[in-house]
Design a protein. Structure first.
Length: 443
């Protein structure tokens, strides 16, 4: 099939590359020209395991193309995916301006019947707006075409995006016509391990499914974070509780991990967008508000633990930070817990020495240059250099290379042997036996 993907960010690039890998002809339209130039040279805008070789081989095979506008698209598409960003607006609602712009461009461009697929996470009812915008543009061109607007939300996890895309738990498709259904089935059949894994439903139901899924996962995390605070007060180890409840088949283990807060490009903004939708429909979203509030507080847990140990004034305290990305396997820094920790340490007069295997380049762009110039913030060449002379290690992102570190080497370089484990990666007893003071979350 001929496919256009609008937006070559996380979702667009993975979607386009995977569909090209399956033998389709894919053109990614991306407005950011430097991004497109880099992609053509094989330089990716994101770090995602196994993505680079797949992009390179599909570009070389002539199945994957990157352009900056519709004007450069060579063929009429069967399917157009919208995969542009929908960041939080000031009121928490999803900013739909990029989706609207993409819809207008589609209406200005298409010459043949096609299916427009919304892969961006969009407010319920957005497909109708996309349809109206495309129709308006077609009317201006006095062109009569048949096109469907389908909702096909994406559920990939950053760090495992290719695997998730190629072997999805399920594919959600909201649509109205048999024609669109047949095209979506043709598109997804090669990656569906069984036909039951594709769920067809109404467009609005599909749009809502995405928000409800992310809100559910965020709720599980915030619930566990709340339990961890309670466990800590009562001398209970949340990790034993986690295993105890996760082994209940009605509950399961996924997304039950307490920690120093969730971040990323999806959970925080999608919970806020759903809260906003609830509010505009007169529903008091009590659970969502609590999920969001608990997460904000949870991001301050590590700074609070530092204050308990060193006092509010962190002058003269050097904090080693392991992990900057919001989760392992990505360089995505959106709403990462590390940002809150670093800002708090520096605000209270302390200094930070940090290391992340992949996210330091992105973090460097995000964090104020003055912190680097003044030496308040230093990025180290490796995880052990980040511990040179530090008073404490704060583990924020559970990259694999941090799981079994060389404890002797750590002790050799750290000024004080103290570990704040923001992701409960270590066994407290082992750490204490090895001569470290150790504090995790909820234990
Ligand atoms: N990142 C994830 O893990 C993930 C997972 C599931 C769903 N989503 C959803 O998918 C959508 C995209 O997320 P993302 O993380 O890929 O965003 P992103 O910010 O990484 O990428 C969006 C890209 O679209 C480009 N763009 C914006 N307007 C454009 C236009 N008119 N034409 C062409 N390109 C345009 C931007 O330059 C950017 O490169 C969002 O709605 C998000 O909520 C993201």
């Amino acid at each position: 099939m001929n496919i256009i993907v609008i937006g070559a960010g996380y979702v667009g690039l993975v979607t386009g590359t995977c569909f090209a890998e399956l033998g389709n002809q894919v053109t990614c339209i991306e407005v950011n020209e430097p991004k497109v130039n880099n992609l053509k040279k094989g330089i990716l805008p994101i770090y995602e395991p196994n993505l680079l070789p797949m992009v390179t081989s599909n570009v070389e095979a002539g199945r994957l193309h990157f352009v900056t506008s519709f004007a450069a698209v060579a063929v009429d598409p069967d399917v157009i995916f919208i995969a542009v960003g929908t960041p939080s607006g000031e009121d928490g609602a999803a900013n739909i301006a990029y989706v609207e712009e993409a819809a207008r461009h589609i209406g200005d461009f298409i010459r043949e019947d096609c299916v427009v697929v919304d892969k961006s996470t969009v407010p319920v009812g957005m497909a109708d707006q996309v349809k109206a915008l495309i129709q308006q543009a077609l009317d201006k061109r006095q062109l009569s075409l048949t096109f469907d607007v389908v909702s096909n939300p994406e559920f990939l996890r950053e760090g495992a995006a290719i695997e998730d895309f190629m072997c999805p738990d399920r594919v959600i498709v909201g649509l109205q016509s048999d024609r669109a259904k047949q095209i979506m089935l043709n598109l997804y059949t090669p990656i569906l391990r069984s036909p039951e894994r594709i769920y067809f439903m109404n467009v609005k139901d599909a749009e809502m499914t995405k928000y409800a899924a992310n809100a559910m996962l965020a709720t599980r995390i915030s619930f566990m974070n709340e339990m961890s605070v309670l466990c800590e007060r009562m001398g209970v180890d949340i990790e034993n509780v986690r295993m105890g409840i996760g082994s209940d088949s009605r509950i399961g283990h996924a997304f039950l991990y307490p920690g120093c807060g969730y971040g990323g490009s999806c959970f925080p903004k999608d919970v806020r967008a759903l809260m906003n939708m609830a509010e505009s429909h007169g529903v008091d979203a009590m659970i969502l508000k609590a999920v969001e509030k608990r997460n904000q507080i949870q991001k301050t847990v590590l700074p609070q633990k530092l204050a308990t140990i060193f006092g509010e004034d962190l002058s003269g305290v050097l904090v080693g930070v392991w992990g900057l990305a919001f989760k392992p396997g990505t360089d995505d820094m959106r709403e990462a817990s590390s940002l809150v920790l670093i800002e708090e340490v520096i605000r209270r007069g302390g200094r930070v020495q940090a290391y992340d295997p992949e996210a330091m380049g992105v973090a460097r762009q995000l964090l104020p240059e003055k912190w680097f110039k003044s030496g308040q913030l230093v990025f180290a060449a490796n995880q052990y250099d980040a511990l040179q002379d530090v008073d404490v290690l704060a583990l924020v992102t559970e990259w694999k290379s941090f799981c079994y570190p060389d404890l002797t080497r750590m002790k050799g370089v750290m000024r004080r042997h103290l570990i704040l484990d923001g992701r409960n990666q270590y066994n407290p007893a082992h750490m204490r036996e090895a001569g470290f003071d150790y504090a995790g979350i909820g234990r």
